[in-house]
Write a protein that binds this ligand. Structure first.
Ligand code: FAD
Length: 329
């Protein structure tokens, strides 16, 4: 285990664009590495992806390990697992972190099984203890407690990290790092899935995790039509629409708008909660927002405890006033 010392981040890219969560985890890895006294590596897999390495260095990586191969152009479980397994066996990371995206959630358990280590899924916090071990923090028992998990024996210690919870470092354009080109022999015959065609979903999906402004509606809207008002405010502010689970469960809006423990974790500049009480499971997904505004008719609603600005009142009276003010500004 003496060999294992550095922190690695899976630099997930899709269509040649690094996913935001990879930058967020790099920010966390940088903080952990500075505490531990080790280096941060980014593992970048794909086909013709070398140009992305500068941006990973600017966001906190000391070294970028590129596995460039036409067979890694599109994600397949077997090719990516083979490549990461080879990287781990060669470089012996102490910690390996992935985003808890659809790809990260598929890849990390496969790799964990291949290299005979553990995996903590969907972490919302990471730290280093006095022995240099990774503390992997995640909600458990329906969000009623936060579990801290350690993996004392096996290496690498592995975790997937929920998008939106870690803070991305601002790009430091002067930052320098190394690029390592690592060749992995992949055999097309071993890739059990073949991608014949990629059909993009025509449906408009909301990208809550990357939004700077979110206006969310909850059960206090009382009816699905209430979301028209939420949408109008969101559009005026250049933001997107979020929702509480109560609104989603009522069938007023689709689940891709849900913010919270079982929805998306968001970290916008501005989060406006309208008719949302502030249940712990909702707060779990939005309390990292920079500025929180709550509109609720109940002055004792828990949302006011996390809000920077609170408006006690009927949202159907308050929001139209806000809309008029913004239009006239
Ligand atoms: P309510 O709690 O009913 O609150 C409605 C609020 O609207 C009240 O505060 C009321 O005062 C206010 N109001 C009513 N009328 C008006 C008006 N006219 N003007 C202004 N204010 C008004 N919830 C999530 O949101 N996201 C999750 O991911 C999530 N995951 C969960 C996971 C588990 C395992 C469990 C057990 C629960 C989860 N929940 C989640 C549900 C959560 O516990 C709450 O039930 C939910 O967040 C409540 O939604 P709400 O605030 O919209 O509704």
């Amino acid at each position: 285990m003496e060999d294992n010392k550095d922190i690695w981040v899976f630099a997930e890219q899709r269509n040649g664009k690094i996913m935001n969560v990879a930058y967020e985890i790099l920010g966390a890895a940088r903080r952990l590495a500075d505490k531990k006294g080790c280096k941060v590596y980014a593992a970048l897999l794909g086909d013709g992806v070398e140009r992305l390495s500068d941006s990973l260095i600017q966001h906190g990586a000391d070294k970028v390990c590129i596995v460039d191969n036409p067979l890694l152009k599109n994600y397949t479980t077997s090719a990516y697992t083979d490549a990461i397994e080879a990287v781990i066996k060669n470089f012996k990371p102490e910690i390996f972190l992935y985003g808890a995206t659809t790809i990260g959630r598929d890849l990390a358990p496969r790799v964990a099984s291949r290299v005979h280590t553990g995996l903590t899924a969907d972490c919302t916090g990471l730290d280093i203890d006095e022995d240099g071990l990774l503390l992997q923090i995640r909600p458990a028992f329906g969000g009623n407690l936060m579990a801290t998990i350690k993996c004392p024996e096996k290496r690498p210690q592995m975790a997937t990290v929920r998008p939106g919870v870690m803070e991305k470092l601002p790009a430091d354009l002067a930052r320098k790092g190394d690029v390592i080109r690592y060749n992995v022999d992949l055999d097309e015959k071993n890739i059990r899935t073949k991608i014949l065609n990629i059909v993009r979903e025509a449906k408009h999906t909301v990208n809550l995790e990357e939004a700077k402004i979110i206006v969310s509606g909850g059960r206090g809207l009382k009816e699905p039509e209430g979301f028209k008002l939420i949408e109008e405010l969101a559009n005026l502010l250049g933001g997107v629409v979020g929702a509480s689970r109560a609104a989603v469960d009522s069938g007023w809006i689709s689940s891709d708008h849900q913010v919270g423990q079982t929805g998306k974790t968001v970290r916008p500049e501005l989060y406006i909660a309208c008719g949302i009480s502030g249940a712990i499971q909702h707060l779990a997904g939005m309390s990292g927002s920079r500025t929180i505004v709550a509109i609720n008719k109940d002055p004792n609603a828990p949302i006011f405890k996390v809000a920077d600005y609170g408006i006690v009142g009927d949202l159907y009276k308050v929001i139209p006033i806000l809309i008029d003010e913004i239009k006239n500004a």
